[in-house]
Design a protein around this ligand. Structure first.
Ligand code: HEM
Ligand code: HEM
Length: 178
């Protein structure tokens, strides 16, 4: 995998990485903020925007995975031992899985709560499951738990990136720089 490996991620992969990082941070912050609000028109509005943003990220992650499966990423630095390379691969895979499951459980939660999503007031999305209180509660809990898992993983991911930058000084960050 070394000799044919590109030096950088493609501009599309880099663009999607940073757009999604910003979008996920925003969806996370809005999600935290909105669930503590008293019922009001503002709360309903912000819930709707949270869902539209989340569905957009759901679309983007599928495009990103399609791009990823057809465009080889640069090989990890040879200074990383095999175990660390394997661990990195698993962590990146887990990030992709979470980027799929989080919006999916949000959508399932809304469906089970009996609230259909109309994407940007234009495209009605199907309800994935029938209205069911227990199911709605289950998906809400899952949505929350997966979000906290994402937060922990992303903190580790950012810490790893900073270690590469300031301790290893191996130019890894440059591969993902726009
Ligand atoms: C300040 C925040 C972030 C920094 C500094 C950062 C940095 C990086 C860097 C340098 C890489 C390239 C690793 C390599 O060369 O192999 C990378 C890859 C990746 N990042 Fe981030 N990242 C950040 C936020 C995020 C967030 C919020 C997510 C969302 C879950 C994310 C998901 C990923 C994934 C999935 C990869 C693997 C790309 C692939 O191989 O397909 N990153 N990140
Ligand atoms: C990647 C995208 C998404 C992220 C990062 C995200 C994040 C969050 C977070 C952090 C919360 C607060 C959880 C808590 O109370 O601790 C939340 C709540 C919620 N999310 Fe999402 N979400 C995403 C996508 C979606 C989607 C696509 C939908 C629906 C179509 C959705 C529906 C909801 C609902 C209804 C709540 C409120 C739960 C409650 O009643 O407290 N989310 N989300």
């Amino acid at each position: 995998m070394s000799s044919h490996s590109p030096a950088k991620f493609t501009p599309v992969a880099i663009g999607l990485h940073w757009i999604m990082a910003a979008g996920l941070a925003l969806a996370f912050g809005v999600g935290q903020y909105m669930s503590g609000l008293e019922l009001s028109p503002w709360k309903l509005k912000i819930y709707t925007w949270h869902k539209w943003l989340g569905v957009t990220l759901f679309l983007l992650v599928w495009m990103r995975m399609a791009w990823r499966s057809t465009h080889r990423p640069p090989a990890l630095p040879a200074t990383m031992n095999r175990r660390l390379q394997k661990l990195t691969e698993i962590a990146h895979r887990a990030l992709y899985v979470l980027m799929v499951l989080i919006p999916l459980t949000g959508w399932l939660h809304s469906s089970a709560a009996g609230v259909s999503v109309v994407y940007f007031n234009l495209l009605p999305l199907p309800n994935l499951v029938p209205k069911d209180k227990a199911l709605s509660h289950l998906f809400e809990t899952l949505h929350q738990a997966l979000n906290w898992t994402l937060l922990v993983l992303v903190l580790g991911h950012v810490a790893a990136a900073f270690k590469h930058q300031f301790v290893d000084r191996d130019q890894l960050m440059a591969r993902m720089r726009p």
